[in-house]
Write a protein that binds this ligand. Structure first.
Ligand code: SPD
Length: 383
């Protein structure tokens, strides 16, 4: 394996410590095989080729189980899934030694970090003819992987706040002030959840302060850390896995989280007599926030790289890409999927935001050597 850069080594050490994985990583010195540097040749696979079962490392509740079954049946392989709650945990899990995952689903900036570290396999585009189904903005020019050398978009969405209007009322500012200004947050003490995610939550605090969420200014980052600290007693949970359930379950009244997870929970909570969409409301605060793209990548030492290519191609089939969106309420990068997407989803500006909303949002970018400052500041903010 190519040795990590010094700054990444610091980041990895900090993340392994944060996730309690340091001892395990230090005890495992078999090196993880012959990982190569970016730019090295990848594999060559036939369209539809399989070379064994597939191990998928994904965010939780992010794929329709019926799609997994359909892939297993069509290609006569078994898919096993494991889950991560943040990009940083994904990195910590695979950076020292890939435990056997084939495909993972990192967000934008993490694609860039994994690629820089030589942890990804370059894609064989000839084995993924369904790349032709991508919308133009996902087919090239993405800031983290402009030529799709390492990744193909899986789903995209926004990050924002959702409120329980039975608690908060209907007259509230659509602002990060709701969770970061003690004048508001103290009113909902113990009823607020924030994402357990350094870039997302510090990013939200930075936007609240009027800064870029990709700042590399230590002073601005310290201000954002202090904003989180100032409301720490109001925060019931830092949670990236169940924030939507905390909200509809009544444990919190304001939750920070990802659009589609909220809509899935609102849908599940609705009955013939109860419309959850009238009680809960998701918005991206007026100061702006994150738009993100999650992406399919093949890990450098994936045991089954051809099955991995075939899986990616399978999810880019229009009907399959639509099934993904119809299941998880996130937008599809596959233009050819649109005729198969539920029109209510396609026409929902919270799921497919209009250009004027997107213009106010930023992608999280890889800040290189500065990245460790985000993980350290977040640890400090929470302690
Ligand atoms: N339940 C799956 C949610 C996936 C959200 N990924 C968004 C990451 C943005 N940084």
């Amino acid at each position: 394996m190519r040795p990590p850069t010094r700054s990444r080594l610091l980041l990895l050490t900090s993340l392994l410590a944060a996730f309690g994985l340091l001892a395990a990583a230090c005890g495992d010195d078999d090196g993880g095989g012959d990982s190569a540097a970016p730019g090295d040749a990848g594999v060559s696979c036939e369209v539809g080729q399989t070379d064994g079962d597939l191990s998928l490392y994904n965010w939780s509740e992010y794929i329709d189980p019926e799609l997994i079954s359909a892939f297993e049946e069509q290609y006569r392989v078994t898919v096993t899934e494991d889950f991560f709650p943040s990009n940083e945990e994904l990195f910590a899990r695979v950076a020292d030694n890939n435990p056997g995952f084939d495909v993972a689903v990192p967000s934008d900036y993490m694609v860039s970090i994994l690629a820089d570290e030589g942890l990804l396999l370059p894609l064989d585009h000839d084995a993924i003819p369904n790349l032709a189904n991508l919308a133009p903005e996902f087919a090239s020019g993405l800031p983290f992987d402009p030529d799709l050398t390492w990744s193909v978009a899986y789903q995209w969405g926004t990050t924002g706040l959702a409120v329980d209007m039975e608690v908060v009322g209907e007259d509230f500012p659509e602002s990060w002030a709701l969770v970061f200004d003690p004048a508001y947050a103290d009113q909902y003490a113990g009823k607020i959840s924030l994402l357990d995610d350094p870039r997302e939550t510090l990013g939200a605090a930075l936007k609240y302060l009027g800064y870029s969420l990709n700042t590399t200014d230590e002073g601005q980052l310290a201000e954002a850390r202090d904003v989180i600290r100032s409301v720490i007693d109001d925060v019931a949970a830092f949670d990236s896995d169940q924030f939507e359930d905390l909200l509809v379950g009544g444990e919190v009244a304001i939750a920070h989280g990802w659009s589609g997870d909220f809509f899935g929970a609102f849908d599940d909570a609705s009955t013939d007599d109860f419309d959850a969409y009238e009680r809960y409301y998701y918005f991206v605060p007026e100061e702006g926030g994150v738009r993100w793209v999650d992406n399919m990548v093949i890990l450098r030492d994936a045991p089954h790289p051809c099955t991995a290519h075939t899986f990616i191609n399978f999810l880019l089939e229009p009907e399959n890409a639509a099934a993904l969106t119809n299941f998880n309420f996130y937008a599809s990068p596959v233009a050819a999927a649109e005729p198969f997407i539920d029109p209510e989803i396609l026409d929902d500006p919270s799921i497919y935001p209009p250009p004027e909303t997107l213009a106010n949002l930023e992608f999280i970018a890889d800040t290189g050597d500065f990245e460790i400052n985000y993980t350290d500041a977040f640890t400090a903010a929470k302690s």
